[in-house]
Write a protein that binds this ligand. Structure first.
Ligand code: ZN
Length: 387
């Protein structure tokens, strides 16, 4: 027994000493490697072709979110009035954490925020307080689109006053412009190494003619112009082109044949994502394969995000989040969409006061609305076919 334990002792000590030697030699070689390895740049020049190719295989992801119409009826801006100014932040507070989730967020500012100096007004010729834009910025909106059927409600003056405020607080805008050069400047953004252009158009301006010689005031939905603008954006080397389209028929929960035709035509012309609005209610999302083999994502209508309209789905809106993946390999750059997520929202009020935007699930749980989150998510996700 004694002899055996001596053996065990010797074996144990040998293993122990050997382990230390092995560990020390690993440590030394690691230290040596760190000390002697050249900086990454030099290493790249010495790397074999195969390693070089591998190092260029990268993947990056970003999320772009969008919310629908911000259309401020008098009931909404009167409710925001506090001490002679306007503060919309309480209305957005229940939805703030949701809006913070995408890397980049776009809102459609339908009523022109021309400010109080032009006199605030509601339907049919809107003019909204500047302060709504400040709130949008505070809750995470990174850019606004402003080509809408209400763009010319206050004429050129309304557009110029709203743009002066966008510029004052550094809120990027696109769709309605101060001059020709402004219109021709394509807005591009870069999120997590993924670059995109944002373009915005409206089907019309409620019968108010765009002044001759001032076509820059608002981008009309002209397929030829959009196609030219997309080509111009592509020339700037963006990874994708995002369109904001004010289109379709009001209060219809499914797109018209014309919207579907335009979606296919414009994605084939080079658009990658279309965020739609104007119908005041939600219309489904679709993905399309373009003729040149790209994937395209179309959200036909994002509904009202904040407005004084109520009932029949007009107080329901939401945020769509498109996840974008950019893969770079020896085959080139490939853009794909691992997920497109829709989060419905609801505008609650009591006697046209205390307007609050809630995640729809919360509003449903509070008994503020009968429709469930599940119902609206499936309305958005089950496709545009009515059967
Ligand atoms: Zn509209």
């Amino acid at each position: 027994m004694k002899k055996k334990s001596l053996y065990v002792g010797i074996i144990t000590s040998t293993i122990f000493i050997l382990s230390i030697v092995v560990l020390l030699s690993i440590q030394y070689s690691e230290w040596n490697a760190t000390e002697q390895s050249p900086d990454p740049k030099t290493m790249e020049t010495h790397a074999t072709r195969e390693i070089n190719t591998l190092s260029k295989n990268t993947k990056t992801r970003a999320t772009i979110g969008a919310i629908g119409d911000i259309l401020l009826h008098h009931t909404v801006y009167n409710d925001a009035k506090t001490n002679g100014t306007y503060d919309f932040s309480a209305m957005f507070s229940p939805i703030k954490s949701m809006l913070e989730t995408p890397n980049f967020l776009i809102a459609n500012q339908e009523s022109m925020p021309g400010g109080t100096q032009l006199g605030l007004s509601s339907y049919p010729l809107f003019n909204s307080p500047h302060e709504i834009v400040k709130t949008l910025q505070n809750v995470g909106v990174d850019a606004v689109t402003n080509a809408n059927n209400h763009s010319l409600d206050q004429g050129e003056e309304g557009i110029l006053s709203s743009i002066a405020y966008y510029e004052k607080i550094n809120m990027p805008y696109t769709g309605a412009f101060k001059n020709k050069q402004d219109q021709q400047t394509i807005r591009t953004f870069n999120v997590n190494g993924i670059s995109f252009a944002l373009l915005s158009y409206t089907y019309g301006t409620n019968g108010i003619p765009v002044p001759t010689g001032k076509e820059h005031l608002v981008n009309l939905l002209d397929e030829q112009k959009i196609s030219t603008d997309i080509k111009e954006a592509r020339k700037q080397g963006v990874d994708l082109v995002v369109l904001s389209l004010h289109w379709g028929n009001e209060y219809q929960r499914f797109p018209t044949d014309e919207q579907v035709r335009l979606a296919k035509s414009l994605t084939n012309s080079g658009a990658d994502i279309i965020f739609g609005h104007h119908p005041h209610v939600l219309q489904p999302m679709e993905t399309y394969k373009t003729k040149d083999g790209r994937e395209a994502v179309v959200i036909y209508s994002l509904g009202n995000f904040l407005s004084g309209q109520k009932d029949d789905y007009k107080d329901i809106g939401g945020m769509v989040t498109v996840e974008i993946e950019k893969s770079i390999s020896s085959d080139g750059v490939k853009i794909s969409y691992p997920s497109v997520q829709f989060n419905p929202t609801f505008v609650a009020e009591a006697n046209y006061q205390n307007y609050r935007i809630y995640p729809l699930a919360d509003a449903h749980q509070k008994g503020l609305i009968a429709n469930s989150e599940e119902e609206l998510v499936s309305h958005m996700s089950d496709g545009i076919h009515k059967e």
